[in-house]
Design a protein around this ligand. Structure first.
Ligand code: UGA
Length: 445
């Protein structure tokens, strides 16, 4: 089957909207990206990506050059020929864990006057069950005159840091619909990806997204609990995870123990699902535990340092990595924030280095900590190193250099990033990983 070129509008040019728009243009569609943020649209029109995401900028420039991809702040221009309108605006969270749908509802009201007969509105933003129906009603209420249009729930599973590859090679595509011809059209839009397509009801599609993220978050909290127990009983969590993961029913991914999950998705979506359950009279105790474990996991690394030094006051601590995961500059809910704040509370002097996220980190941590321009600058005269994000650059560090630079080469590795054989071979380094035996060098300190 050859590609049927479609006119697609994507409203919202954040991680999800921008990656989706660029990839749909890449597979041959005509795409208009629309956003209310004028500065962002101007940046995009210059061919520059407002977010750090590997592979995104070259594809953006390539497709703009080809004339497949255009950006505008105007709904009138952006929706002019749109057959499919993808809503990918942010859905942040309220204090009580519920989802703030104001951007989505705002976009729905605003697009209504520009909607063409038989067009399809697709919600890609992560939204609670029932939202697609609410949005449909809202659009209907704001149509200048009645027209026929369809709603599709098409949740997104891309990860930051690998958004382009995840979009172009998805494990599955979920299409939740009321009406089969609209679902077939959305399926045809994705045809060049040759992905497995699952058709469901709208409610099931909305739930699949929350259930997937909550399950992955639970997998992480579970392995973190196993890691904490491994430390007490002398087992090695990496061996345990490998042994578990080879069972196909369990699967090897998302069993990396560490300092907990962060980002703009798992923390928010687990709380939203919990809220949804509560509203429907369900006590989702397991999810409560997933969240509670994740809240305390980052601080266990600090606790190890307190046990090691007794008093951390005045100690110089080097943080390597600030973003919530590698290959992104995103600091939202990054475990590094909690760790830095706790270390400051205990009177330490903190110097941090991250290859990409320093500017964003400054917006969160301000001048409460110092920022270094390199690993080596951060480590100079430090009493301890906290490894918080497993950037490739850190994995390649020559650990023998660490000993000469730091006051005391003591490493608290929150991501099990370093090779324990190399640490073992290095006579002075004291090493505290997660869920594995510490490497102590008796008599040195
Ligand atoms: C997550 C999901 O993985 C995507 O499928 C989903 O589309 C996205 O949320 C979303 O809802 O938009 P993302 O938050 O970008 O993607 O990043 P992940 O790779 O899932 O990592 C989330 C956090 O879990 C990171 O802090 C990471 O360090 C942590 N993590 C991940 C672990 O601690 N251990 C692991 O084994 C895996």
């Amino acid at each position: 089957m050859s590609l049927i070129k479609m006119n697609i509008a994507v409203i919202g040019t954040g991680y999800v909207g921008l990656s989706t728009g660029v990839c749909l243009a890449e597979i041959g569609h005509q795409v208009n990206g629309i956003d209310v943020d004028e500065a962002k649209i101007n940046e995009l029109l210059q061919g520059s990506s407002p977010i750090y995401e590997p592979e995104l900028e070259p594809l953006l420039q390539k497709n703009m050059k080809k004339g497949n991809l255009f950006f505008t702040t105007s709904l009138e221009i952006g929706l002019k020929d749109a057959e499919i309108i993808i809503l990918a605006v942010g859905t942040p969270q309220h204090e009580d864990g519920s989802v703030d749908l104001s951007y989505l509802f705002g976009a729905a009201k605003d697009l209504a006057p520009h909607l063409k007969n038989k067009s399809i509105v697709v919600i890609k933003s992560t939204v609670p069950v029932g939202t697609n129906h609410q949005v449909k009603k809202l659009i209907e209420d704001h149509l200048p005159h009645p027209i026929a249009f369809d709603m599709i729930s098409n949740p997104e599973f891309l990860r930051q840091g690998s958004a382009i590859s995840d979009t172009l090679h998805p494990d599955r595509i979920i299409i939740g619909s009321l009406e089969s011809s609209a679902a077939s059209k959305v399926e045809a839009m994705y045809q060049p990806l040759h992905a497995s397509i699952i058709h469901t009801s709208i409610e099931s599609a909305e739930m699949i997204k929350y259930a997937s993220n909550a399950f992955l978050a639970t997998k992480i909290s579970f392995i973190n609990q196993i890691a904490n127990l491994c430390e007490s009983v002398g087992a090695d969590v990496e061996d345990v995870a490998m042994g578990m993961g080879m069972d196909k029913r369990i699967g090897a991914t998302f069993l990396q123990a560490g300092i907990g999950y962060g980002g703009s998705c798992f923390p928010k979506d687990t709380k939203a699902l919990l809220h949804m359950a509560k509203q429907n009279g369900h006590h989702f105790s397991q999810l409560n535990e997933t969240i509670a474990i994740n809240d305390t996991q980052p601080l266990l690394l600090v606790k190890k340092a307190v046990n090691r030094f007794t008093d951390l006051k005045g100690k110089k601590i080097a943080l390597l990595g600030l973003s919530f995961k590698p290959e992104t500059d995103d600091m939202r809910e990054a475990p590094s924030i909690k760790i830095a704040q706790k270390l400051l509370e205990l009177g330490t002097v903190v110097t941090a280095y991250d290859p990409i996220a320093i500017d964003r980190a400054k917006q969160v941590l301000g001048n409460s900590i110092h920022y270094a321009n390199s690993v080596w600058e951060a480590l100079k005269d430090a009493d301890a190193l906290f490894l918080l994000t497993e950037w490739g650059e850190f994995k390649r560090i020559d650990v023998t250099r660490v000993t000469g630079l730091m006051k005391q080469p003591i490493i608290f590795d929150g991501r099990n990033c370093f090779d324990t054989d190399k640490i073992e071979a290095c006579e002075k380094i004291e090493y505290y990983p997660v869920g594995k035996k510490a490497i102590l060098k008796e008599g040195f300190y």
